[in-house]
Design a protein around this ligand. Structure first.
Ligand SMILES: [Zn+2]
Length: 180
């Protein structure tokens, strides 16, 4: 059976469905990728992982390159954040550490570690769902992806399907609290 990612790849494999929107707007492709990232996040929650999902796709073609969810608990890895893994896999697949031509779609505002990787990978576009007032480094606590002192900047598109992204996290932490 094809995985949801295979289906998504097939759906998005055609010409770029980019509407005539400015760079500050989420595109229909962003929305489809976010829906997939939410599915990944939801599945991660059932494994006891903080529900965050991420997809990296080629901006011009809409071709999905990689997808990931949080794996910190399973891998006992502090770097096991969804977008961190997705970025590294996308670079490996492209054979290039520069991801200027790519878009990262992630359900939660990236932390300082992931925002640092976004800058280092020179990601072309960043789209995220919910804000993270406790650890977000793309506007909440700090703004690493738009710091003029760094050599690469990406202005994030934030708030795409934010309610759904935030509800996943809220439900997860609520369930964990009551389980204790
Ligand atoms: Zn992170």
């Amino acid at each position: 059976m094809p995985s949801p990612f295979d289906i998504l790849r097939r759906l998005m494999g055609g010409p770029a469905p980019l509407a005539n929107l400015g760079p500050e707007h989420a595109t229909p492709t962003d929305r489809a990728m976010m829906a997939h990232a939410i599915t990944l996040a939801r599945a991660a929650a059932t494994r006891g992982e903080v529900p965050v999902g991420a997809v990296v796709y080629e901006t011009a073609t809409g071709r999905p390159l990689s997808h990931a969810a949080n794996t910190r608990e399973h891998d006992k890895d502090p770097a096991g954040h969804a977008e961190f893994t997705a970025i590294r896999h996308a670079a490996g697949l492209l054979g290039d550490w520069r991801l200027n031509g790519c878009t990262l779609v992630v359900t939660l505002e990236p932390c300082a570690m992931c925002a640092g990787l976004i800058v280092n990978a020179r990601l072309g576009r960043l789209v995220f769902g919910a804000l993270d007032p406790k650890a977000g480094a793309c506007g909440s606590l700090m703004n690493l992806t738009q710091d003029p002192r760094l050599n690469h900047r990406t202005r994030p598109i934030q708030g795409l399907m934010a309610d759904e992204c935030a509800a996943l996290l809220k439900d997860f932490f609520k369930a964990r609290r009551t389980a204790r």
